[in-house]
Every structure is written in structure tokens, then in C-alpha cells.
Design a protein around this ligand. Sequence first.
Ligand code: SF4
Length: 65
Amino acid sequence: MRVTADRDTCTVSSLCVYRAPEVFDQDEDGHVVVLRPDPPEHLHPAVRDAARSCPTRSIRITEEE
Ligand code: SF4
């Protein structure tokens, strides 16, 4: 899994940080920061949940074979 986030469309809702704090954080302006672009397997469900929860669809997940 590879995780990216679009800071241009992020609306500083904090939902992703709430759902997966090991993978997402926010900078001083509140915009999303991806801490772990290649999260370990046990965090994948939380990352998918965070991506689904993002109100602006700013989180992108690429599943690797
Ligand atoms: S859930 Fe989406 S809009 Fe909210 S902080 Fe995370 S990336 Fe930004």
C-alpha cells in the first residue's frame, strides 16, 4: 500500500488523524501530512477507513501487488 494526500484540497477536518494517527498528522496550518506513506499491514484497515472518511477525498491509496 502507498498513501498520498492532496494538501491543496485538504480542508483541515482532522478526521484522518483521528482515524489513523500513526499514518496521518497535520502541519502548523492544519493541513494533512502523511507520516508513513508505506504503512505496515496492520494499519491498512485504519488507513482505508481514513480515506473513506475524508470529506474532500484528499487521501489516495494505491494497492501494490
Ligand atoms: S480527513 Fe481529509 S480533509 Fe480532513 S485533515 Fe485528513 S486529508 Fe484533510
